[in-house]
Design a protein around this ligand. Structure first.
Ligand code: SAM
Length: 317
């Protein structure tokens, strides 16, 4: 398994063997949403108030056709929201490296994620990307570095190739789980708990108030989201059978993100946030990022089943 740690060198721009018709036809509808998040990061670069730089996303975006059916969703606030979400996940990954000693990251439903390139200098992370075969073929055509697994996360074959490490792996499922049937998500979580006990997972959930809009947007491209969080957000870890990690309490993750991105919100959004935070029943119905640990007696990846402390690693800011 290659170790990362070198600056990412973008591939020279070459014509892709992917046409509009192929992208629109071969990729399943849900996979097109990966082009939406790619564009959000590519366009973020040109904003004076940008939160991330992503030259690889800009390069890939320039080489791909844009599915016109994504226009409506994209113009509907998606750029900012998705770029902030991507940066928020980056920030949490950096904290996991520094505070939990994370050395292995698995991006489930990676789509056209360029996180690995954004965080690659001078990281000591090992990385594994997992997505459906057409998406992995597209990533390869774009020059994305291996290793990756071409298959459904629900097939569980990827569990066999997660690199060993002395600390538990971090699984990222950004913009993925609510496209899968909820019963399948539960089955997946049970399988991960059995196979990778102690692993940490970072994922986003949609609350009941945000669900109708996401359902409308996602349905417009033929990929309707399948479920929303029915319980209060403060019970989200219980809902998914995960153990809390005190330094990464989901409520604190949300407050961190709000303060980090406050400059990006207009007066109306700030008013809505104040209202939500001051109204417990509204705050309880929110969407957000979740980080938790698969429950187990002990993580078995370490030499003696323990989770040894690891020295901090510098990551690109
Ligand atoms: C909204 S995109 C998110 C992509 C990426 N995580 C990001 O945030 O930019 C959803 C991704 O999930 C992938 N996906 C959907 N169902 C999947 C499955 N069963 N197994 C693996 N990947 C899947 C799609 O191909 C697509 O790339």
């Amino acid at each position: 398994m290659p170790r990362l740690g070198r600056a990412f060198v973008p591939q020279p721009a070459v014509a892709l063997d992917v046409t509009d018709a192929e992208l629109s036809g071969k990729l399943a509808q849900v996979s097109k949403t990966a082009v939406l998040t790619l564009r959000a990061r590519a366009d973020e670069q040109h904003r004076p108030d940008r939160v991330l730089l992503d030259p690889v996303a800009a390069e890939w975006m320039a080489r791909l056709p844009w599915p016109p059916e994504l226009d409506g969703w994209y113009q509907n606030d998606a750029q900012g929201n998705l770029a902030l979400r991507a940066d928020d996940v980056d920030q949490i990954v950096r904290r996991c490296v520094a505070q939990l000693g994370t050395r292995v990251v698995v991006e489930l439903g990676c789509g056209l994620s360029t996180r690995r390139q954004r965080l690659a200098e001078p990281s000591q992370l090992e990385w594994l990307d997992v997505d459906l075969p057409p998406m992995i073929a597209l990533r390869e055509a774009l020059g994305a570095p291996p290793p990756h697994v071409a298959g459904s996360v629900l097939d569980l074959a990827w569990l066999d190739v997660v690199p060993n490490s002395e600390t538990p792996p971090l699984l990222i499922a950004e913009g993925l789980l609510y496209y899968l049937p909820r019963t399948e998500v539960d089955r997946l979580f049970a399988a991960i708990a059995a196979r990778l006990p102690g692993a940490v997972i970072l994922f986003d959930v949609v609350g009941v108030d945000d669900f109708p809009r996401l359902l409308e947007n996602s349905s417009s491209v033929g990929a309707p989201v399948a479920w929303k969080l029915e319980r209060n957000f403060d019970q989200v870890l219980l809902e998914f059978g995960l153990d809390p990690i005190p330094e990464f309490d989901p409520d604190e993750l949300m407050k961190d993100a709000l303060s980090r991105y406050w400059h990006r919100f207009n007066a109306r959004t700030r008013g809505l946030i104040y209202f939500a935070m001051g109204t417990p029943e509204v705050w309880a119905r929110r969407s957000g990022m979740v980080l938790g640990r698969f429950v187990s007696a002990a993580f078995t990846g370490g030499p003696d089943g323990s989770t040894p402390p690891a020295p901090p690693v510098d990551l690109a800011p």
